[in-house]
Design a protein around this ligand. Structure first.
Ligand code: HEM
Length: 100
């Protein structure tokens, strides 16, 4: 459920998300929200290659499994919210826009 704070955030398209796929400019979509985690990357405790692979992508499954089947901790989830920048545009909305 979107709360009032979520509604104030910009909606980010899949195309825009995909443009931020570099270590120096890394956005990820997790559970429908978009996070700019560029500043966090050097501090991430997991293997860099695994984490960088998901820059510019919908990463919910990676977030929930860490690549080996274990979800991130609640503390990691709280940390993640510091990097929230927007709401991911839904696929249907993207299709509607193309018909306009
Ligand atoms: C979406 C792709 C990501 C993958 C595949 C991934 C994978 C991993 C792996 C392999 C570990 C080390 C093993 C472990 O502690 O269980 C780890 C730990 C951790 N990651 Fe990530 N990570 C991702 C994104 C993130 C993001 C975006 C954040 C926060 C901004 C984050 C925060 C943490 C923290 C705080 C830990 C320490 C353990 C914990 O609290 O669960 N990770 N991650």
């Amino acid at each position: 459920m979107a709360d009032e704070a979520d509604e104030a955030l910009p909606v980010i398209t899949q195309e825009e998300l995909a443009r931020h796929d570099q270590p120096e400019d890394c956005w990820k979509a997790i559970h429908g929200k978009v996070y700019d985690i560029t500043d966090y990357l050097p501090r991430h405790p997991g293997p860099p290659a695994l984490v960088l692979h998901w820059c510019g992508q919908e990463s919910t499954e990676a977030w929930e499994t860490k690549g080996y089947g274990m979800p991130h901790s609640d503390a990691a989830g709280i940390l993640l919210e510091d990097y929230l920048i927007g709401i991911l545009e839904e696929e249907e909305a993207s299709a509607d826009r193309q018909q306009d």
